[in-house]
Ligand binder design. Structure first.
Ligand code: HEC
Length: 236
C-alpha cells in the first residue's frame, strides 16, 4: 500500500476538520498553501472498508503532529510578541534565548509528540533538523516562502508507523529585528547574539524568505480492534 495514498487521504480529512485554525498563524507573511482538495476526493472515495481502520489511525497521527506544530508556533509567537511589546527586541531576545528550548520540550512532553523548529541557517545548533526533515530543508531552505507546501506523510519506522508534519516558517517584518541583515540589527541585539550564539548563522533574511520549518513527528496509534494490541495508557 503506497504511503502517498495515505498521505492524501489523511491530509484531506485533517483540513476538513481544522482549516479554521490555519488562518490564525498566517499573519506574519506568506501563507502556507493547503494541498488542493481536488486531489483528495478520488483517492478518499476509493477507500474500502478494511482500509478505513488504518486510514483513521494515520489520520489521528497526522492530526496529533499538526496540533503539536501549531501549539509550538502559537506558544513561541505569543511569547515573542508579548516580550517585544514589553521589553523591545533586546528583552525579547533574552526571552527567546531563555524560553524557546524549554517551551519546545514542554509541548513535546505534554503532547507525546516530537516537535521542533529547524533551518538551514541555525542560530541555536540544538535546533538541528532530524534526518527526515533535511531533504525538505535542502529543497526549500534558501528560497522564498511563497508556494512552499506543508508536507505531511505517514511512514513505517522500526519503532512503528509515525506521522510526520513539516510546515514552512516565513520571514515577516517582526522577524527582521533579530534575523535581518547583520548591518541592520541594533548594536545591542548584535551584542546579545554574539554572547549567546557565537555560531549564529540566522541573519541576512528579508521579508518573504523562508526562515525554516516547524516539524512534528507523532506516533500513529495502534489499531485498538486488534487482539494483541495494548491500548495506550492514559497516564503516558
Ligand atoms: C527578539 C529576537 C527574535 C525575533 C524577533 C525572532 N527571532 Fe527567531 N530566534 C531568535 C532566537 C534568540 C533564536 C534561538 C532560540 C533558541 O535558543 O532555541 C531564534 C530561533 C529561531 C528559529 C529556530 C532555528 C534556529 O535558527 O535556531 C526559527 C525557525 C526562527 N527563530 C524563526 C523566526 C521567525 C519566523 C521570526 C518572525 C516571526 C522570528 N524568528 C523572530 C530570536 C528572534
Amino acid at each position: 500500500m503506497s504511503s502517498d495514498l495515505w498521505r492524501v487521504v489523511a491530509v484531506g480529512s485533517i483540513l476538513a476538520v481544522s482549516s479554521a485554525c490555519f488562518g490564525t498563524t498566517a499573519s506574519d507573511g506568506a501563507q502556507t498553501p493547503a494541498p488542493d482538495p481536488a486531489d483528495l476526493a478520488p483517492v478518499a472515495a476509493a477507500g474500502g472498508a478494511p482500509v478505513r481502520g488504518e486510514a483513521e489511525r494515520h489520520e489521528a497521527g497526522l492530526l496529533a503532529a499538526r496540533e503539536a506544530a501549531a501549539a509550538l508556533k502559537i506558544a513561541l509567537k505569543g511569547r515573542l510578541v508579548a516580550a517585544m511589546q514589553e521589553q523591545g527586541p533586546v528583552g525579547a531576545l533574552h526571552v527567546c534565548h531563555d524560553e524557546a528550548q524549554a517551551l519546545t520540550a514542554r509541548i513535546a512532553a505534554e503532547q507525546g509528540v516530537k516537535v521542533g523548529r529547524a533551518s538551514l541557517r541555525l542560530r541555536n545548533p540544538s535546533n538541528a533538523a532530524p534526518v527526515w526533515v533535511e531533504p525538505w530543508l535542502a529543497a526549500h531552505g534558501e528560497g522564498k516562502a511563497e508556494g512552499v507546501p506543508t508536507d505531511a506523510e505517514v511512514v513505517d519506522t522500526p519503532d512503528g508507523a509515525v506521522a510526520r508534519w513539516i510546515e514552512p516558517l516565513p520571514v515577516g517584518p517582526v522577524c527582521l529585528g533579530c534575523h535581518g541583515p547583520t548591518e541592520s540589527l541594533s548594536s545591542e541585539v548584535r551584542a546579545v547574539l554574539a554572547e549567546h550564539y557565537p555560531e549564529d548563522r540566522a541573519t541576512g533574511y528579508a521579508v518573504g524568505d523562508l526562515r525554516g520549518a516547524v516539524w512534528a513527528e507523532a506516533p500513529v496509534p495502534n489499531d485498538a480492534r486488534g487482539p494483541d494490541v495494548e491500548t495506550p495508557s492514559a497516564g503516558g
